[in-house]
Design a protein around this ligand. Structure first.
Ligand code: C5P
Length: 217
């Protein structure tokens, strides 16, 4: 199968030397890429700027802004079977980027932010590939993840609780709940991101095959 995986944060420029970003380490997306390669799949990895070694055997496309990630997903999703949107795409970006470095002054300044384009929500409805979204929540995990699945038209959402210090964003460990379009849910208890990724890849493969058999029946 052909996996297209996004990972890491995006950087939204404010001026030539400053940007808005988040704490995503990219570890989860990279671990899924490794697990998919290990299972013999083809992997294209669209990566935001992070400090993790490139998985051997993956085609890595380096991007920085949410607009670059949007364009890369649009281009590469045309030939993939499973799209895994693991990246922590910024939800907002500065309304305008200053061409020169903003000077320090003594008074307050404010920055106008506008929503970025939602990559998941803008994917075509009649696509052939499977779409997996991620939900990092600090409260009402299941309800928020279910809402995300519906609103962003995903086939699967992988949800994790980022309010815990021992799993989630920068950690090597995670604990996830998987929600499927048909209402089914699955849980993977706390484990390393490597172990979780192997389970996730198996789950994605199974769901993809199930969907394929349904279509050909
Ligand atoms: O709404 P929220 O940002 O929590 O949704 C997370 C999911 O949506 C992730 O799968 C992320 O990759 C995706 N996303 C996106 N485009 C955005 C923001 C998030 O595809 N602009």
């Amino acid at each position: 199968m052909r996996f297209l995986i996004t990972a890491g944060p995006t950087r939204e420029p404010i001026d030539p030397v400053r940007y808005l970003s988040n704490r995503s380490s990219g570890k989860m997306g990279y671990a899924i890429a490794e697990a998919a390669l290990e299972a013999g799949h083809e992997v294209v990895l669209i990566s935001g700027p992070i400090d993790v070694a490139r998985p051997r055997g993956a085609a890595v496309i380096a991007v920085s802004t949410s607009d670059e990630m949007f364009a890369a997903v649009g281009q590469h999703s045309l030939r993939c079977d499973i799209l895994v949107m693991c990246a922590a795409v910024a939800d907002y970006k500065p309304a305008k980027v200053s061409k020169s470095k903003i000077k320090k002054r003594s008074e307050n300044i404010s920055l106008e932010l506008i929503p970025t384009r939602d990559i998941l929500a803008s994917l075509p409805k009649d696509r052939q590939y499977l779409v997996v979204g991620f939900a990092a929540e600090t409260e009402n995990l299941q309800a928020n993840a279910r809402k995300k699945l519906r609103e962003k038209n995903c086939d699967i959402v992988v949800a994790n609780d980022v309010s815990r210090a021992d799993s989630g964003m920068e950690s090597d460990q995670n604990e996830v709940e998987i929600l499927f379009r048909d209402g089914e849910t699955k849980q993977i208890p706390r484990a390393s991101k490597k172990i979780i990724s192997r389970d996730l890849v198996r789950i994605f493969e199974k769901y993809f095959e199930k969907r394929l058999t349904k279509k050909t029946q």
